[in-house]
Ligand binder design. Structure first.
Ligand code: NAP
Length: 314
């Protein structure tokens, strides 16, 4: 029987993942959840993080705070993507051990895998060949986090689990044009095209690359499932979280166009780069442990667009 009064710290509770994790914990009956926003606690600051942990001594930690962004942000601010992420995760992982936390979940990302990884990507693929150069600093920081959790487990017997989510979308996504990932970027562009009565929306590339997407509330459900039922020793260094399903960028664009009700056409711009042809996680390890995703892309997009329409459109 899981004790629902344990103290849980969510780092990054205002973000898309952190807020979904908060909703999931509340829905499962957890009532002792602590958090601080960025303005109250800068997680890059070691002494502030240690002071917070010394006071709160959380039993569980969900590490969902990070500097996150799309290709443009990654290639423009490589220093911040490497340094901020190293600082945030080093401080929290060290504090979790120092102040005796029982369990921690470290959120990595599928970009830790090699650019030319065999598909679908198995956990064993980590560090087998070169990374995608555009987000290498971010990926290197995440790999350092995985290795620090694994080293803590090996040397000090901690129970720190690293999960690797696929591409996410959902409530509270980031719609800033410089930072946005593909789904929020397309939602904004189709919405604006509809508003301006444009007759088309142009999509970069051939539309043929295949991608996997997971609704953030499903990811949150998987994360708490892992915290409740799985130990680091059950899964090795990392465990993938995804839907195990993929669609082409053109199929995705059509789904978003239909969700928004844009009546113009989709034009492809094959002179622009496509990126990796296929990126799909092998989720058989998590499936075998008893979790699989629930929200179909079509349904998740409706919820995401409603959230954008009500809270983020300018
Ligand atoms: N989004 C995806 O598609 C995706 C895919 C795979 C993995 N992930 C992983 O999931 C985790 C969460 O991502 P997300 O999409 O939820 O990102 P997000 O919406 O940008 O949330 C990140 C959170 O971290 C906080 N934060 C950043 N720097 C901080 C600092 N120095 N001190 C304190 N708080 C700080 C932010 O605070 P403010 O809100 O105040 O800025 C924000 O609440 C990340 O580890 C990411 O790598 C995300």
């Amino acid at each position: 029987m899981i004790d629902k009064t344990i103290k849980i710290y969510i780092a990054g509770h205002n973000g898309m993942v952190g807020s979904a994790i908060h909703r999931n914990l509340v829905s499962r009956g957890y009532g002792n959840i602590v958090f601080k926003s960025f303005s109250q606690l800068d997680l890059r600051n070691t002494s502030e993080v240690f002071a917070f942990f010394s006071k709160e001594k959380p039993d569980w930690i969900i590490l969902a705070a990070a500097k996150v962004g799309g290709i443009y942000a990654n290639s423009t601010y490589p220093v911040e993507f490497l340094l901020d992420n190293l600082k945030i995760q080093n401080n929290i992982i060290e504090a979790a051990h120092k102040y005796g936390s029982k369990k921690m979940l470290f959120l990595g990302s599928s970009c830790i895998y090699p650019k030319l990884a065999a598909q679908p990507i198995k956990e064993e693929c980590l560090l087998t060949s070169k990374l995608e150069p555009t987000n290498e600093p971010y990926a290197i920081a995440k790999i350092a986090g995985i290795k620090l959790c694994a080293a803590m487990n090996r040397q000090y017997g901690t129970n720190f689990i690293s999960v690797m989510p696929t591409n996410l979308y959902g409530i509270n996504d980031n719609y800033h044009s410089e930072n946005a990932h593909v789904i929020p970027m397309l939602i904004r562009r189709f919405h604006e095209a509809k508003l301006n009565n444009s007759d088309h929306v142009k999509i970069w590339g051939t539309g043929t690359p295949k991608r996997e997407f997971l609704f953030a509330d499903d990811l949150a459900d998987a994360c708490i499932f892992v915290m409740e039922h799985i130990n680091a020793s059950d899964v090795g260094e990392i465990i993938n979280i995804g839907s195990g399903e993929e669609c082409t960028i053109l199929e995705l664009a059509h789904l978003i166009k239909d969700t928004i009700g844009f009546s113009g056409e989709i034009q492809l711009d094959p002179t622009k780069p496509d990126g990796t042809p296929r990126k799909l996680l092998d989720v058989s390890r998590l499936t075998a442990l008893g979790w699989s995703y629930k929200t179909k892309l079509k349904d998740g997009l409706k919820i995401a667009y409603k959230d954008f329409y009500e809270n983020f459109r300018s």
